[in-house]
Design a protein around this ligand. Sequence first.
Ligand code: RIB
Length: 320
Amino acid sequence: MNRPVVLSLGSVNVDFQVRIDGTPEFGTTLLGRDFRRLGGGKAANVAFLARRLDVAAQLLARVGDDDLSEHALAPLREIGVDLARTSAVQGHSTGVALIAVPPDGQKTIILAGNANEAWTRDDASEVVLAIERAPRGSVLVVDYEIAGFVVEQAVEAASRRGLPVVLDPAPPDRVDWRLLPRIAVVVPDASETEHLTGIAIDDLAAGARAAGILLERGAQAACVKLKGGGCVLAQAEQTVHVAPVPVEVIDTTGAGDAFAGALAVALLEQRPMVEAACFAAAASLLAVAGYGSQPAYPTRADLEEVARQLEARTEILHQK
Ligand code: RIB
């Protein structure tokens, strides 16, 4: 198999999702509705999105040895994600995310990582092997909802092979800064950016400043995702604003994973960075317009159409 692959390393979960009408408070009960049990997890969502766009994808992840694992893996298997490097950890539960979606769509997630945290040194060596054997032109996407040492070894292996790495720095308190010089594109959201740089992303100028700091710390490119959609893309030679088109926000769950997955697909297809950022931002905008992560992910045709609209709206903020 010589077709390049999106290698997706990170979490795979079952998402238990409800809509709520109020704001949760500790010590109280809130009624939920529209319950769904969905396949989720950041790496699983990335791999699903890549397959939705008809690109080969392999998931590098761990599930438990329980009945939930099948709920997490079935949608991935169905869409054709390669699960040869996704294995079950004996004596552990599959990762579980409890997700509440209020009327404005800005979800809250409580995550029990479970098997996602149960990696051994041998498992990490398997990941390194998968990266070493991946077809030329493949792209690695990583998140930090798994044991950090696995992410670090994977990034080092990809760097030795010259494969681009997309880093979703979530959760941000786990990120090892020393990895940034090995990262092709880091893709934090506004709150992760604030955590990583100390800059509150209240406006475009703040987003551009923070993206610049991520470049100074070694990333080849930084895409800071903005609260209302769109992003700031900083590269050595220029900083660009990808302005969003208006969409009705139903549920933001998995929008960041759609961004990372679409960006990886665009890099694999060797698109120029600005075009890749528009493609990623379009995937994220379309993902928020539906309920749940994977069920809301767009088709290639819809994605290309919105990406074209975004390309027409890009604005250069700074040029060297
Ligand atoms: O980014 C959304 C994902 O984060 C959910 O699918 C959930 O499982 C958590 O990992």
